[in-house]
Design a protein around this ligand. Sequence first.
Ligand SMILES: *Cc1c(COP(=O)(O)O)cnc(C)c1O
Length: 360
Amino acid sequence: MGLMDEIELRLLPEDDRKPVPKPENLGFGIHFTDHMFVMDYEEEKGWYDPRIVPYGNFSLDPAAVCLHYGQAIFEGLKAHRGEDGKIRLFRPYENMKRLNRSAHRMCMPSVDEEFLLNAIKQLVKVEERWVPANKGTSLYIRPFMIATEAYLGVRPAKKYILSVILCPVGAYYSEGFNPVKIFVTDKYVRAAKGGVGEAKTAGNYAASLMASEEAKAKGFTQVLWLDAKERRYVEEVGTMNIFFAFEDEIVTPALSGSILPGITRDSVLRLGKKWGLNMVERPITIDEVIEGAQSGALTECFGTGTAAVISPVGSLHYKGIDYVINNGVTGPLSKRLFDEITGLQYGEIEDALGWIETVI
Ligand SMILES: *Cc1c(COP(=O)(O)O)cnc(C)c1O
């Protein structure tokens, strides 16, 4: 599909558009805007009919491959409105590239990254009034691709839909930037090497539910995942990447094939290096983490992801014992990274690294 392909606009009459929710009632993933982007794919035709249409149901054949065999991938990024009124995206090309990597892993068709980003920008412009203005709030952008061919055999589908939906989301830290309590599971695993852990594919999240439900029932916020083979090496925390700050190095697990390559993870690595910190990607065992928590050598621990940006970890519960990190309070590195990344996203800090795409 060429970049010149026109996106058809089929917009709702002004009177039929929904009222925008108040910034204090946004929550996460609850409210959807008036319109969505959709395009179709057929093996013989490639992608066709790109369009921005009223938000609404898809019509799917009950035999659609995505409903049975899970050929479904997604992305997540945000549009932020700064005090200057401008709307900015944070490193959106990285999301486009990752969508294509996920598509490749799941035997789904690739998309033109430039074209899709342009479609997203157009959609955000159409829905401009839905981008909330309060600091901490944003418009969450969810591109996704599903296999729609009606076929009950196991092979890659020949038909797909790519869509983008938007939801205004509230401030993640409306009650303060407070550390969370994490349950280290050695019972369940998220992903194994050679599997699909590095793809943002639907089934990974279904597979993670049981562990996080059990952890929540015990009073924890999320699960820390260990590797599938030895249950020794740390992988991720919930649906975030994880960092451990020691006196002489800041460690995140090396991308092993079972870890999702987060864009926030990459941003933290790059910012840390720029600040002269010793940022290290290497395997790290849970024993090393626990020892560090006990001795105090582990000064901070935090998760990274688009939703929370930085999520400080206050304690780890492992084999029946709670290990407190940094006295359960947010450390200076977590705070500095959060302030820097959100400062860039809201246009308060100069974009020296070229990470910001302005929509309007
Ligand atoms: C999306 C995701 C992340 C974080 O990625 P970001 O690009 O930083 O939002 C980390 N782990 C998992 C499992 C994810 O799905």
